[in-house]
Design a protein. Structure first.
Length: 502
Protein backbone atom coordinates (compact mmCIF):
# COMPACT_ATOMS: atom_id res chain seq x y z
CA UNK A 1 0.00 0.00 0.00
CA UNK A 2 1.27 3.47 -0.86
CA UNK A 3 2.52 5.20 2.27
CA UNK A 4 0.31 8.23 1.80
CA UNK A 5 -2.74 6.58 0.26
CA UNK A 6 -6.10 7.87 1.47
CA UNK A 7 -7.67 4.91 3.26
CA UNK A 8 -11.27 6.10 3.03
CA UNK A 9 -10.88 6.52 -0.73
CA UNK A 10 -9.36 3.09 -1.01
CA UNK A 11 -12.23 1.40 0.85
CA UNK A 12 -14.99 3.35 -0.88
CA UNK A 13 -13.53 3.02 -4.39
CA UNK A 14 -12.88 -0.68 -4.16
CA UNK A 15 -16.44 -1.39 -3.00
CA UNK A 16 -17.93 0.95 -5.57
CA UNK A 17 -16.15 -1.11 -8.20
CA UNK A 18 -16.77 -4.61 -6.88
CA UNK A 19 -20.26 -4.35 -5.34
CA UNK A 20 -21.90 -0.94 -6.04
CA UNK A 21 -25.49 -2.04 -5.48
CA UNK A 22 -24.91 -4.25 -2.49
CA UNK A 23 -25.97 -3.04 0.96
CA UNK A 24 -23.05 -1.52 2.85
CA UNK A 25 -25.26 -0.69 5.84
CA UNK A 26 -28.68 -1.68 7.11
CA UNK A 27 -30.50 0.45 9.66
CA UNK A 28 -34.13 -0.20 10.55
CA UNK A 29 -35.97 -0.34 7.20
CA UNK A 30 -33.29 1.57 5.38
CA UNK A 31 -30.48 0.36 3.14
CA UNK A 32 -27.35 2.27 2.14
CA UNK A 33 -25.55 0.76 -0.83
CA UNK A 34 -21.78 0.89 -1.21
CA UNK A 35 -22.27 3.24 -4.17
CA UNK A 36 -24.52 5.61 -2.22
CA UNK A 37 -22.09 5.58 0.70
CA UNK A 38 -19.20 6.57 -1.58
CA UNK A 39 -21.25 9.36 -3.15
CA UNK A 40 -22.41 10.82 0.17
CA UNK A 41 -18.96 10.57 1.78
CA UNK A 42 -17.66 12.62 -1.16
CA UNK A 43 -20.51 15.15 -0.73
CA UNK A 44 -19.62 15.41 2.93
CA UNK A 45 -15.97 16.08 2.12
CA UNK A 46 -17.09 18.84 -0.26
CA UNK A 47 -19.40 20.29 2.37
CA UNK A 48 -16.62 20.36 4.98
CA UNK A 49 -14.15 21.87 2.55
CA UNK A 50 -16.71 24.52 1.65
CA UNK A 51 -16.88 25.45 5.33
CA UNK A 52 -13.13 25.93 5.48
CA UNK A 53 -12.19 22.59 7.01
CA UNK A 54 -8.91 21.17 5.74
CA UNK A 55 -6.39 18.36 6.21
CA UNK A 56 -5.43 17.70 9.82
CA UNK A 57 -8.44 19.58 11.28
CA UNK A 58 -10.35 17.66 13.94
CA UNK A 59 -13.99 16.96 13.10
CA UNK A 60 -15.93 15.92 16.17
CA UNK A 61 -18.76 13.52 15.35
CA UNK A 62 -21.42 13.02 18.02
CA UNK A 63 -24.01 10.93 16.23
CA UNK A 64 -26.00 7.80 16.96
CA UNK A 65 -24.87 4.80 14.90
CA UNK A 66 -26.48 5.70 11.58
CA UNK A 67 -25.70 6.17 7.89
CA UNK A 68 -24.84 9.78 8.75
CA UNK A 69 -22.18 8.70 11.27
CA UNK A 70 -20.37 6.48 8.76
CA UNK A 71 -20.61 9.11 6.01
CA UNK A 72 -19.24 11.77 8.37
CA UNK A 73 -16.34 9.57 9.45
CA UNK A 74 -15.34 8.61 5.91
CA UNK A 75 -16.11 12.04 4.44
CA UNK A 76 -13.78 13.72 6.94
CA UNK A 77 -11.17 11.11 6.15
CA UNK A 78 -11.42 11.73 2.36
CA UNK A 79 -10.35 15.28 3.14
CA UNK A 80 -7.59 13.95 5.40
CA UNK A 81 -9.21 15.80 8.24
CA UNK A 82 -9.26 13.87 11.52
CA UNK A 83 -12.69 12.46 12.46
CA UNK A 84 -13.21 12.12 16.21
CA UNK A 85 -16.31 10.03 16.94
CA UNK A 86 -17.54 10.53 20.50
CA UNK A 87 -20.23 8.98 22.64
CA UNK A 88 -23.61 10.69 22.16
CA UNK A 89 -24.44 10.17 25.84
CA UNK A 90 -21.87 12.69 27.08
CA UNK A 91 -23.17 15.72 28.94
CA UNK A 92 -22.60 19.34 27.95
CA UNK A 93 -19.47 19.68 30.12
CA UNK A 94 -17.91 16.55 28.65
CA UNK A 95 -18.63 17.79 25.14
CA UNK A 96 -17.07 21.13 26.06
CA UNK A 97 -14.01 19.26 27.26
CA UNK A 98 -13.53 17.14 24.13
CA UNK A 99 -14.24 20.09 21.82
CA UNK A 100 -11.57 22.14 23.57
CA UNK A 101 -9.09 19.32 24.13
CA UNK A 102 -9.18 18.18 20.51
CA UNK A 103 -9.32 21.82 19.32
CA UNK A 104 -12.07 20.66 16.98
CA UNK A 105 -12.66 22.84 13.91
CA UNK A 106 -15.98 21.19 13.03
CA UNK A 107 -18.77 19.47 14.91
CA UNK A 108 -21.30 17.15 13.29
CA UNK A 109 -24.18 16.29 15.60
CA UNK A 110 -27.94 16.22 16.02
CA UNK A 111 -29.72 19.50 16.64
CA UNK A 112 -30.89 18.46 20.11
CA UNK A 113 -27.50 17.18 21.33
CA UNK A 114 -25.91 18.96 24.31
CA UNK A 115 -22.85 19.10 22.02
CA UNK A 116 -24.65 21.91 20.16
CA UNK A 117 -24.85 23.88 23.40
CA UNK A 118 -21.21 23.20 24.19
CA UNK A 119 -20.29 24.33 20.66
CA UNK A 120 -21.23 27.93 21.51
CA UNK A 121 -18.13 28.33 23.67
CA UNK A 122 -15.77 25.95 21.85
CA UNK A 123 -12.53 27.87 21.31
CA UNK A 124 -11.44 26.56 17.90
CA UNK A 125 -14.74 25.64 16.30
CA UNK A 126 -15.36 26.98 12.80
CA UNK A 127 -18.68 25.26 12.11
CA UNK A 128 -21.33 23.17 13.85
CA UNK A 129 -23.33 21.10 11.38
CA UNK A 130 -26.74 19.82 12.46
CA UNK A 131 -27.41 16.38 11.12
CA UNK A 132 -30.29 13.97 10.46
CA UNK A 133 -30.07 10.18 10.09
CA UNK A 134 -28.85 10.50 6.46
CA UNK A 135 -26.28 13.22 6.94
CA UNK A 136 -25.84 16.94 7.60
CA UNK A 137 -28.67 19.17 6.42
CA UNK A 138 -28.31 20.10 2.77
CA UNK A 139 -25.84 17.33 1.96
CA UNK A 140 -27.63 16.39 -1.28
CA UNK A 141 -26.79 19.72 -2.89
CA UNK A 142 -23.05 19.02 -2.89
CA UNK A 143 -21.11 17.28 -5.64
CA UNK A 144 -20.56 13.52 -5.34
CA UNK A 145 -17.11 13.88 -6.90
CA UNK A 146 -14.20 14.51 -4.58
CA UNK A 147 -10.54 14.01 -5.19
CA UNK A 148 -9.24 12.48 -1.97
CA UNK A 149 -6.37 14.24 -0.22
CA UNK A 150 -3.28 12.23 0.69
CA UNK A 151 -2.91 11.99 4.46
CA UNK A 152 0.06 13.68 6.08
CA UNK A 153 2.22 11.39 8.20
CA UNK A 154 2.49 13.95 11.00
CA UNK A 155 -1.26 14.57 11.35
CA UNK A 156 -3.60 12.09 13.04
CA UNK A 157 -5.88 10.17 10.66
CA UNK A 158 -8.65 9.66 13.22
CA UNK A 159 -8.92 9.89 16.99
CA UNK A 160 -10.93 8.26 19.76
CA UNK A 161 -11.31 9.29 23.37
CA UNK A 162 -10.62 6.84 26.17
CA UNK A 163 -11.46 7.44 29.84
CA UNK A 164 -8.61 8.10 32.24
CA UNK A 165 -8.16 7.45 35.94
CA UNK A 166 -8.55 11.11 36.85
CA UNK A 167 -11.76 11.28 34.85
CA UNK A 168 -10.27 13.39 32.08
CA UNK A 169 -10.57 11.37 28.86
CA UNK A 170 -7.43 11.01 26.75
CA UNK A 171 -7.35 11.49 22.99
CA UNK A 172 -5.93 8.41 21.26
CA UNK A 173 -4.83 9.42 17.75
CA UNK A 174 -4.25 6.88 15.00
CA UNK A 175 -2.87 7.10 11.49
CA UNK A 176 -5.39 6.51 8.67
CA UNK A 177 -3.69 3.23 7.83
CA UNK A 178 -4.36 1.94 11.36
CA UNK A 179 -8.04 1.65 10.43
CA UNK A 180 -7.14 -1.40 8.34
CA UNK A 181 -4.87 -3.16 10.84
CA UNK A 182 -7.71 -5.13 12.50
CA UNK A 183 -8.76 -6.53 9.12
CA UNK A 184 -5.69 -8.76 8.86
CA UNK A 185 -4.81 -10.75 11.99
CA UNK A 186 -8.19 -10.41 13.65
CA UNK A 187 -10.62 -10.07 10.70
CA UNK A 188 -9.06 -12.50 8.29
CA UNK A 189 -6.94 -14.64 10.64
CA UNK A 190 -9.35 -15.12 13.55
CA UNK A 191 -12.87 -14.40 12.26
CA UNK A 192 -12.42 -15.20 8.57
CA UNK A 193 -14.69 -12.30 7.56
CA UNK A 194 -16.13 -12.86 4.08
CA UNK A 195 -17.94 -10.79 1.52
CA UNK A 196 -21.24 -12.50 2.33
CA UNK A 197 -21.02 -11.80 6.06
CA UNK A 198 -23.42 -9.44 7.80
CA UNK A 199 -21.74 -7.90 10.83
CA UNK A 200 -23.60 -6.44 13.78
CA UNK A 201 -21.97 -4.70 16.73
CA UNK A 202 -23.76 -3.75 19.94
CA UNK A 203 -20.76 -1.56 20.69
CA UNK A 204 -21.08 1.92 19.15
CA UNK A 205 -18.89 3.52 16.48
CA UNK A 206 -17.39 5.91 19.04
CA UNK A 207 -15.67 2.93 20.69
CA UNK A 208 -12.74 1.26 18.98
CA UNK A 209 -14.47 -2.14 19.17
CA UNK A 210 -17.54 -0.78 17.35
CA UNK A 211 -15.51 1.19 14.79
CA UNK A 212 -13.50 -1.92 13.93
CA UNK A 213 -16.47 -4.24 13.65
CA UNK A 214 -18.86 -1.81 11.92
CA UNK A 215 -16.42 0.04 9.65
CA UNK A 216 -12.98 -1.57 9.27
CA UNK A 217 -14.03 -5.21 8.88
CA UNK A 218 -17.17 -4.90 6.72
CA UNK A 219 -15.82 -2.25 4.34
CA UNK A 220 -12.55 -4.10 3.86
CA UNK A 221 -14.40 -7.30 2.97
CA UNK A 222 -17.08 -5.59 0.85
CA UNK A 223 -19.60 -7.04 3.28
CA UNK A 224 -22.65 -5.55 5.03
CA UNK A 225 -23.06 -4.14 8.53
CA UNK A 226 -26.12 -3.45 10.67
CA UNK A 227 -26.36 -0.16 12.54
CA UNK A 228 -28.52 0.29 15.63
CA UNK A 229 -29.03 3.98 16.45
CA UNK A 230 -30.55 3.58 19.90
CA UNK A 231 -29.80 1.92 23.15
CA UNK A 232 -28.51 -1.64 22.76
CA UNK A 233 -30.81 -3.31 25.29
CA UNK A 234 -31.63 -7.03 25.04
CA UNK A 235 -34.99 -6.43 23.30
CA UNK A 236 -33.48 -4.09 20.72
CA UNK A 237 -30.58 -6.47 20.07
CA UNK A 238 -32.77 -9.55 19.63
CA UNK A 239 -35.10 -7.55 17.36
CA UNK A 240 -32.21 -6.33 15.17
CA UNK A 241 -30.71 -9.82 14.96
CA UNK A 242 -34.08 -11.34 14.01
CA UNK A 243 -34.73 -8.71 11.38
CA UNK A 244 -31.33 -8.36 9.70
CA UNK A 245 -30.05 -11.90 10.24
CA UNK A 246 -26.36 -11.06 10.87
CA UNK A 247 -23.73 -13.79 10.67
CA UNK A 248 -21.23 -12.17 13.07
CA UNK A 249 -22.28 -10.52 16.33
CA UNK A 250 -19.98 -8.33 18.42
CA UNK A 251 -21.01 -7.62 21.98
CA UNK A 252 -19.73 -7.17 25.54
CA UNK A 253 -20.05 -9.59 28.47
CA UNK A 254 -22.56 -7.55 30.48
CA UNK A 255 -24.91 -7.54 27.49
CA UNK A 256 -24.40 -11.25 26.73
CA UNK A 257 -25.42 -11.84 30.33
CA UNK A 258 -28.61 -9.80 29.86
CA UNK A 259 -29.35 -11.46 26.51
CA UNK A 260 -28.99 -14.91 28.01
CA UNK A 261 -31.44 -14.05 30.81
CA UNK A 262 -34.05 -13.03 28.21
CA UNK A 263 -33.29 -15.86 25.78
CA UNK A 264 -36.27 -18.08 24.96
CA UNK A 265 -35.21 -20.84 22.56
CA UNK A 266 -37.63 -21.42 19.73
CA UNK A 267 -39.32 -18.04 20.20
CA UNK A 268 -39.37 -15.50 17.37
CA UNK A 269 -37.85 -12.85 19.64
CA UNK A 270 -34.80 -15.05 20.35
CA UNK A 271 -33.86 -16.21 16.85
CA UNK A 272 -30.09 -16.46 16.67
CA UNK A 273 -30.06 -18.98 13.82
CA UNK A 274 -28.31 -16.60 11.42
CA UNK A 275 -25.18 -16.28 13.59
CA UNK A 276 -22.05 -18.23 12.79
CA UNK A 277 -19.98 -16.59 15.54
CA UNK A 278 -20.36 -14.34 18.56
CA UNK A 279 -17.47 -12.19 19.69
CA UNK A 280 -16.91 -10.70 23.14
CA UNK A 281 -14.50 -7.95 24.20
CA UNK A 282 -14.32 -4.89 26.40
CA UNK A 283 -14.10 -6.75 29.72
CA UNK A 284 -13.36 -10.34 30.68
CA UNK A 285 -16.01 -12.88 29.68
CA UNK A 286 -16.75 -15.03 32.72
CA UNK A 287 -16.12 -18.73 32.13
CA UNK A 288 -19.65 -19.57 33.27
CA UNK A 289 -21.24 -17.19 30.74
CA UNK A 290 -19.02 -18.49 27.94
CA UNK A 291 -20.21 -22.06 28.61
CA UNK A 292 -23.86 -21.28 29.31
CA UNK A 293 -24.21 -19.18 26.16
CA UNK A 294 -22.80 -21.89 23.90
CA UNK A 295 -24.96 -24.50 25.59
CA UNK A 296 -28.17 -22.50 25.38
CA UNK A 297 -27.77 -20.99 21.90
CA UNK A 298 -25.48 -23.44 20.12
CA UNK A 299 -23.24 -20.54 19.00
CA UNK A 300 -19.83 -20.11 20.58
CA UNK A 301 -18.53 -16.83 21.93
CA UNK A 302 -14.91 -15.96 21.22
CA UNK A 303 -13.46 -13.77 23.96
CA UNK A 304 -10.58 -11.48 22.96
CA UNK A 305 -8.85 -8.44 24.38
CA UNK A 306 -8.23 -5.19 22.55
CA UNK A 307 -7.80 -1.55 23.41
CA UNK A 308 -8.31 1.91 21.99
CA UNK A 309 -4.54 2.41 22.03
CA UNK A 310 -3.90 -0.80 20.06
CA UNK A 311 -6.90 -0.20 17.75
CA UNK A 312 -6.94 -3.94 17.44
CA UNK A 313 -7.48 -7.20 19.27
CA UNK A 314 -4.14 -8.56 20.41
CA UNK A 315 -5.10 -11.78 22.17
CA UNK A 316 -8.10 -13.80 21.04
CA UNK A 317 -9.83 -17.16 21.10
CA UNK A 318 -10.20 -18.99 17.80
CA UNK A 319 -13.34 -20.52 16.24
CA UNK A 320 -13.67 -24.18 17.18
CA UNK A 321 -10.97 -23.90 19.87
CA UNK A 322 -12.59 -21.71 22.49
CA UNK A 323 -11.04 -21.93 25.95
CA UNK A 324 -13.71 -20.47 28.22
CA UNK A 325 -12.29 -18.32 31.02
CA UNK A 326 -9.27 -17.25 28.93
CA UNK A 327 -8.62 -14.49 26.38
CA UNK A 328 -7.04 -17.08 24.06
CA UNK A 329 -3.81 -16.78 22.09
CA UNK A 330 -1.84 -13.98 20.43
CA UNK A 331 -3.42 -12.51 17.33
CA UNK A 332 -1.08 -12.81 14.28
CA UNK A 333 1.03 -9.66 13.96
CA UNK A 334 1.35 -9.12 17.73
CA UNK A 335 4.08 -9.97 20.22
CA UNK A 336 3.45 -9.97 23.95
CA UNK A 337 5.47 -10.12 27.13
CA UNK A 338 4.47 -10.44 30.76
CA UNK A 339 6.74 -8.50 33.10
CA UNK A 340 7.22 -7.86 36.82
CA UNK A 341 7.43 -4.42 38.42
CA UNK A 342 11.12 -4.07 37.44
CA UNK A 343 10.27 -4.78 33.81
CA UNK A 344 11.86 -8.26 33.84
CA UNK A 345 10.07 -10.85 31.75
CA UNK A 346 8.20 -13.57 33.65
CA UNK A 347 7.91 -17.24 32.72
CA UNK A 348 4.67 -19.14 32.08
CA UNK A 349 2.44 -19.47 35.11
CA UNK A 350 3.48 -16.22 36.80
CA UNK A 351 1.08 -13.28 36.67
CA UNK A 352 2.44 -9.89 35.61
CA UNK A 353 1.83 -6.80 33.49
CA UNK A 354 0.99 -7.44 29.87
CA UNK A 355 2.86 -5.44 27.23
CA UNK A 356 2.07 -5.88 23.55
CA UNK A 357 3.74 -4.77 20.34
CA UNK A 358 2.36 -4.66 16.81
CA UNK A 359 1.91 -2.31 13.86
CA UNK A 360 -0.79 0.31 14.02
CA UNK A 361 -0.78 0.94 17.76
CA UNK A 362 -1.00 4.53 19.01
CA UNK A 363 2.47 6.02 19.57
CA UNK A 364 1.45 9.05 21.68
CA UNK A 365 -1.67 10.35 23.39
CA UNK A 366 -3.04 13.67 22.20
CA UNK A 367 -1.25 16.36 24.27
CA UNK A 368 -0.50 14.07 27.23
CA UNK A 369 3.26 13.60 27.30
CA UNK A 370 3.29 12.23 30.85
CA UNK A 371 0.67 9.56 30.05
CA UNK A 372 2.47 8.73 26.81
CA UNK A 373 5.73 8.03 28.66
CA UNK A 374 3.96 5.62 31.02
CA UNK A 375 2.05 3.72 28.33
CA UNK A 376 3.88 3.84 25.01
CA UNK A 377 7.45 2.66 25.45
CA UNK A 378 10.08 3.94 22.99
CA UNK A 379 10.73 0.52 21.46
CA UNK A 380 7.10 0.11 20.38
CA UNK A 381 5.77 -1.80 23.40
CA UNK A 382 2.36 -0.78 24.68
CA UNK A 383 1.65 -1.10 28.40
CA UNK A 384 -1.89 -2.49 28.51
CA UNK A 385 -2.61 -1.90 32.21
CA UNK A 386 -3.77 -5.51 32.51
CA UNK A 387 -2.41 -8.34 34.61
CA UNK A 388 -2.18 -11.62 32.72
CA UNK A 389 -0.84 -15.10 33.23
CA UNK A 390 0.27 -17.19 30.25
CA UNK A 391 0.18 -20.98 30.12
CA UNK A 392 1.32 -22.74 26.91
CA UNK A 393 0.50 -19.73 24.78
CA UNK A 394 -2.94 -19.19 26.32
CA UNK A 395 -3.48 -15.88 28.16
CA UNK A 396 -5.80 -15.49 31.17
CA UNK A 397 -6.87 -12.08 32.47
CA UNK A 398 -6.22 -11.50 36.18
CA UNK A 399 -7.53 -7.95 36.49
CA UNK A 400 -6.24 -4.42 35.96
CA UNK A 401 -2.84 -3.34 37.27
CA UNK A 402 -4.16 0.16 37.97
CA UNK A 403 -7.28 1.10 39.94
CA UNK A 404 -9.49 1.40 36.87
CA UNK A 405 -12.55 -0.85 36.63
CA UNK A 406 -14.02 -2.16 33.39
CA UNK A 407 -17.80 -2.28 33.99
CA UNK A 408 -20.01 -3.23 31.07
CA UNK A 409 -16.92 -2.55 28.93
CA UNK A 410 -16.86 1.11 30.12
CA UNK A 411 -13.85 2.36 31.99
CA UNK A 412 -14.87 3.47 35.47
CA UNK A 413 -12.52 5.66 37.46
CA UNK A 414 -12.87 5.01 41.21
CA UNK A 415 -11.83 8.63 41.80
CA UNK A 416 -14.98 9.99 40.16
CA UNK A 417 -17.30 7.65 42.05
CA UNK A 418 -15.58 8.51 45.33
CA UNK A 419 -15.93 12.23 44.65
CA UNK A 420 -19.65 11.82 44.12
CA UNK A 421 -20.08 9.84 47.35
CA UNK A 422 -18.02 12.28 49.42
CA UNK A 423 -20.67 14.90 48.71
CA UNK A 424 -23.07 12.95 50.98
CA UNK A 425 -23.10 14.30 54.57
CA UNK A 426 -22.64 10.83 56.11
CA UNK A 427 -19.42 10.08 54.21
CA UNK A 428 -16.13 10.93 55.86
CA UNK A 429 -13.94 8.98 53.47
CA UNK A 430 -14.44 6.31 50.84
CA UNK A 431 -12.70 4.14 48.28
CA UNK A 432 -14.19 2.29 45.34
CA UNK A 433 -12.92 -1.10 44.22
CA UNK A 434 -14.06 -4.07 42.15
CA UNK A 435 -16.60 -6.57 43.43
CA UNK A 436 -17.08 -9.84 41.57
CA UNK A 437 -20.78 -10.42 40.81
CA UNK A 438 -21.16 -13.76 39.04
CA UNK A 439 -17.83 -13.24 37.29
CA UNK A 440 -18.51 -9.65 36.19
CA UNK A 441 -16.83 -6.60 37.71
CA UNK A 442 -19.08 -4.16 39.58
CA UNK A 443 -18.12 -1.11 41.68
CA UNK A 444 -18.30 -1.49 45.46
CA UNK A 445 -18.02 1.54 47.78
CA UNK A 446 -16.01 1.13 50.98
CA UNK A 447 -17.22 3.91 53.25
CA UNK A 448 -15.95 5.42 56.49
CA UNK A 449 -18.83 7.26 58.19
CA UNK A 450 -18.82 10.69 59.80
CA UNK A 451 -19.29 10.53 63.56
CA UNK A 452 -22.96 10.36 64.51
CA UNK A 453 -24.09 8.24 61.53
CA UNK A 454 -25.04 4.61 62.03
CA UNK A 455 -23.98 1.94 59.56
CA UNK A 456 -26.84 -0.26 58.39
CA UNK A 457 -29.03 -1.27 55.45
CA UNK A 458 -30.98 1.99 55.51
CA UNK A 459 -27.97 4.23 55.16
CA UNK A 460 -26.51 1.86 52.61
CA UNK A 461 -29.66 2.10 50.46
CA UNK A 462 -29.63 5.87 50.87
CA UNK A 463 -26.02 6.10 49.66
CA UNK A 464 -26.71 3.89 46.64
CA UNK A 465 -29.69 6.09 45.72
CA UNK A 466 -27.55 9.20 46.17
CA UNK A 467 -24.94 7.75 43.81
CA UNK A 468 -27.58 6.89 41.21
CA UNK A 469 -28.66 10.53 41.07
CA UNK A 470 -25.13 11.76 40.51
CA UNK A 471 -23.52 9.15 38.26
CA UNK A 472 -24.08 7.28 34.98
CA UNK A 473 -25.37 3.72 35.55
CA UNK A 474 -22.09 1.83 35.03
CA UNK A 475 -20.35 4.01 37.65
CA UNK A 476 -22.94 3.42 40.38
CA UNK A 477 -21.77 1.19 43.21
CA UNK A 478 -23.87 -1.94 43.64
CA UNK A 479 -22.94 -2.34 47.28
CA UNK A 480 -21.73 -0.29 50.24
CA UNK A 481 -19.30 -1.82 52.75
CA UNK A 482 -18.95 0.21 55.94
CA UNK A 483 -15.41 0.16 57.31
CA UNK A 484 -13.64 1.81 60.25
CA UNK A 485 -10.78 2.99 58.09
CA UNK A 486 -9.29 2.53 54.64
CA UNK A 487 -6.00 0.79 53.86
CA UNK A 488 -3.42 3.49 53.11
CA UNK A 489 0.27 3.73 52.31
CA UNK A 490 2.70 5.51 54.66
CA UNK A 491 2.20 8.62 52.51
CA UNK A 492 -1.57 8.42 52.93
CA UNK A 493 -2.46 7.09 49.47
CA UNK A 494 -5.44 4.76 49.51
CA UNK A 495 -4.62 1.18 48.47
CA UNK A 496 -7.70 0.26 46.50
CA UNK A 497 -6.25 -3.06 45.33
CA UNK A 498 -6.51 -4.29 48.94
CA UNK A 499 -10.26 -3.77 48.83
CA UNK A 500 -10.95 -5.86 45.70
CA UNK A 501 -13.35 -8.69 46.35
CA UNK A 502 -13.34 -11.90 44.37
C1 LIG B 1 -10.16 -4.35 29.09
C2 LIG B 1 -10.58 -6.76 28.57
C3 LIG B 1 -10.41 -8.70 29.79
C4 LIG B 1 -8.68 -4.38 29.41
C5 LIG B 1 -11.61 -2.73 23.15
C6 LIG B 1 -11.98 -4.67 21.83
O1 LIG B 1 -12.21 -2.48 25.42
C7 LIG B 1 -11.61 -2.03 24.47
O2 LIG B 1 -10.87 -0.88 24.56
P1 LIG B 1 -10.73 0.12 25.79
O3 LIG B 1 -9.66 1.08 25.44
O4 LIG B 1 -10.30 -0.78 27.02
C8 LIG B 1 -9.16 -1.61 27.00
C9 LIG B 1 -9.14 -2.40 28.29
O5 LIG B 1 -10.37 -3.11 28.45
N1 LIG B 1 -10.55 -5.45 28.20
C10 LIG B 1 -10.92 -5.37 26.91
N2 LIG B 1 -11.22 -6.58 26.43
C11 LIG B 1 -11.02 -7.48 27.43
N3 LIG B 1 -10.28 -7.35 29.72
N4 LIG B 1 -10.84 -9.46 28.75
C12 LIG B 1 -11.16 -8.90 27.56
N5 LIG B 1 -11.58 -9.65 26.55
O6 LIG B 1 -8.51 -3.83 30.70
C13 LIG B 1 -8.09 -3.48 28.33
O7 LIG B 1 -6.83 -2.97 28.68
O8 LIG B 1 -12.08 0.68 26.15
C14 LIG B 1 -12.01 -4.03 23.05
C15 LIG B 1 -11.57 -4.05 20.72
C16 LIG B 1 -11.16 -2.75 20.80
C17 LIG B 1 -11.18 -2.11 22.03
N6 LIG B 1 -10.78 -0.84 22.08
Amino acid sequence: MAENENIAARLLDSNRQRCPDKAAYLCGDDVLTHQALAADAARLANLLRGRGIGPGDRVLIALPDSFAAVKAFLGAMLLSACPVPVNTLLGRDDFAFVLADSAAAALITTEDSPAMQAAKDAPDLVCALPCGPDGPWGLASFSAEFEAQAPHSSAPGFMLYSSGSTGRPKGVPHAQADLLEPTRGWGEGVLGVREDDILFSASKLSFAYGLMSSVSLPLWAGATAVLLPGKPGPDELFAAIGRHRPTLFFCVPTLYDMLLRCYEPGQANSDLSSLRLCYSAGEALPERLCRQWAQATGVEILDGIGSTEAFNLFVSNRPGQVRCGTSGQLVPGFEARIVDETGAELPDGQPGDLHVRGTGTCRAYWNRPEKTVETMLPDGWLVTGDVYVRENGVYSHQGRSDDMLKVGAYFVSPVQVEEALRAHPAVLDCAVAALNVEGLVRPCAHVVLQPGFAAGPQLSAQLLRFARQALPPQQCPVRVCFVDDLPKTATGKVQRFRLRQG
